[in-house]
Design a binder for this molecule. Structure first.
Ligand SMILES: Cc1cc2nc3c(=O)[nH]c(=O)nc-3n(C[C@H](O)[C@H](O)[C@H](O)COP(=O)(O)OP(=O)(O)OC[C@H]3O[C@@H](n4cnc5c(N)ncnc54)[C@H](O)[C@@H]3O)c2cc1C
Ligand SMILES: NC(=O)c1ccc[n+]([C@@H]2O[C@H](COP(=O)([O-])OP(=O)(O)OC[C@H]3O[C@@H](n4cnc5c(N)ncnc54)[C@H](OP(=O)(O)O)[C@@H]3O)[C@@H](O)[C@H]2O)c1
Length: 414
């Protein structure tokens, strides 16, 4: 995913250093790099009693930066009119509590790790590996381990992922969730089966958001409720009922950079006083939060996850309508339209082939039953004599999607 006004000339699956460079360059593109202060940790965020704007007060931030020349940490305080929480939420690994896990880790040091620490399949050569979790990390890691690890890669699943069919992919064996780790090294599963001889266990169970800088005392309470897994008092995952000069960007996972853009524009419009629509009353905001909490809890979904499809559409439309147009003089970004092309890309440019009947619209989305999608990661040249069923070239992006009938040679197609 990219920002709407600076396409990433790489991809569609860019490595992390490319994504990092892209984000850094984005500041220069908008000539805001001089406002940017990097290598500075926010250690404390406290609402300051000093009133300034509309009686809202300011935010006092305690900051820390390492001074390499003097080899000391410099600490200082600064005041800000508004604060946006954009500190990410994939920094603190989450490992679910399982009977015996702590003792198992003590007895077999190094055997259990989290996907955050995973770097290469090489380390697992010839080992019998159990991967816990089957979301994106679980899938990517287990794919890499097939053929490197000993025997099938075991994947413990709590629920099926949307890209999974009725059978595991070749080289993978599915297991249910782990119910207990025994001291003799045996691993028990929820279906009563047991495993021994496991050399490595990789928890791909995701992350927990963390706000260690949030000063609960000064701000009157916690920012995140770990029981219900949600920001306290948020509206549309961006605004805060009790803190009009606090915002959050990056909570819903949908469309990553692109939805961050909608959120950031909505906040910028609000704070510059140029939003097209008002925020609803605090009572209506509270109602939104309560209803969403009840619904997501009943569906066993994460409060801040906005599923792809109608809900993403509604969510982005809400932010789009709230923000409204930029000015005639050109100030302010226009919230990017969710174009048909973009929706098509999102639904079709996939890393993994979906099983039959699990296409974006419940079927194969107009594709023949026996077609498959491939990505060519080189700049392609369409061959007019190609026997491929259809070629769609994204010019200048360095990649092409080829719908190829099974059995034809992809090298001929591109
Ligand atoms: C393994 C993995 C692979 C992924 N691959 C993809 C992918 O291929 N495509 C995709 O679209 N998304 C991918 N994602 C998701 C993507 O990384 C996130 O959606 C995105 O990085 C979120 O951006 P962000 O700016 O909100 O947070 P982050 O990218 O996490 O950035 C937060 C920043 O805040 C800084 N920060 C945190 N706390 C403080 C503090 N107290 N003081 C100062 N600075 C602080 C951090 O150092 C960091 O620079 C992946 C995620 C993971 C975990
Ligand atoms: N290349 C990429 O694009 C890429 C690669 C890696 C990660 N990411 C992103 O990074 C983020 C994190 O992904 P992730 O895969 O690390 O984590 P995740 O999406 O949060 O998935 C966590 C996995 O752990 C399972 N799990 C959680 N609690 C459990 C429990 N108590 N018992 C058993 N299983 C449990 C979940 O099962 P349920 O499904 O049943 O909840 C799920 O399979 C996502 O936004 C993802 O898109 C992107």
């Amino acid at each position: 995913m990219t920002f709407s006004d600076a396409l990433l000339p790489y991809g569609p699956f860019a490595p992390h250093y490319v994504a990092r460079q892209y984000v850094e360059n984005y500041f220069a593109l908008h000539q805001t790099d001089t406002l940017l202060q990097t290598n500075t940790a926010v250690e404390d965020v406290a609402r300051s009693p000093a009133t300034k704007h509309n009686g809202q007060g300011e935010w006092k931030l305690t900051l820390r930066r390492y001074d390499a020349a003097r080899q000391v940490d410099e600490w200082w305080e600064e005041f800000f009119d508004a604060v946006i929480l954009a500190n990410g939420h994939y920094a603190v690994p989450y490992v679910p509590k399982v009977n015996g896990l702590e003792q198992y880790m003590e007895k077999y040091p190094g055997r259990v790790c989290h996907s955050k620490r995973y770097r290469s399949p090489k380390l697992y050569t010839g080992q019998r590996v159990l991967v816990i979790g089957n979301s994106v990390s679980g899938r990517e890691l287990s794919d890499e381990l097939v053929g490197v690890a000993k025997d099938s890669v075991l994947v413990s699943r709590r629920s099926p992922a949307f890209w999974e069919g009725d059978e595991p992919p070749p080289g993978i064996e599915w297991k249910p969730i782990v119910s207990e780790y025994k001291e003799d090294g045996t691993i028990l599963f929820a279906d009563g089966t047991a495993l021994t001889g496991i050399d490595a266990i990789i928890y791909c169970t995701g992350y927990k958001p963390s706000f260690p800088f949030w000063n609960e005392e000064a701000n009157g309470g916690p920012l995140f409720d770990y029981q219900s897994n949600k920001l306290v008092g948020s509206y549309q995952h961006v605004f805060f009922r009790d803190f009009p000069t606090l915002g959050a960007v990056g909570f819903p996972r949908t469309l990553t950079f692109r939805s961050f853009e909608y959120q950031a524009i909505a906040l910028a419009r609000l704070w510059s006083g140029r939003n097209a629509r008002s925020l609803p009353s605090p009572q209506r905001q509270q109602q939104w939060e309560a209803e969403r909490a009840e619904r997501t809890q009943a569906q066993r979904k994460y409060f801040h996850d906005v599923p792809w499809g109608a809900e993403t559409n509604d969510y982005l439309r809400e932010l789009f309508n709230f923000a409204g147009l930029s000015t005639l003089a050109g100030d302010g970004l226009l919230p990017p339209p969710l174009t048909r092309k973009m929706v098509w890309e999102y639904e079709h440019v996939l890393k993994w082939k979906l099983p039959k009947g699990k296409g974006p619209h419940g079927g194969n989305d107009g594709l023949e039953e026996d077609t498959m999608m491939q990505l060519q990661l080189v700049v392609p040249k369409a061959d007019p004599n190609s026997k491929a069923q259809g070629i769609h070239v994204e010019e200048g992006r360095g990649w092409v999607v080829v719908f190829q009938a099974e059995g034809t040679n992809s090298a001929n197609a591109a």
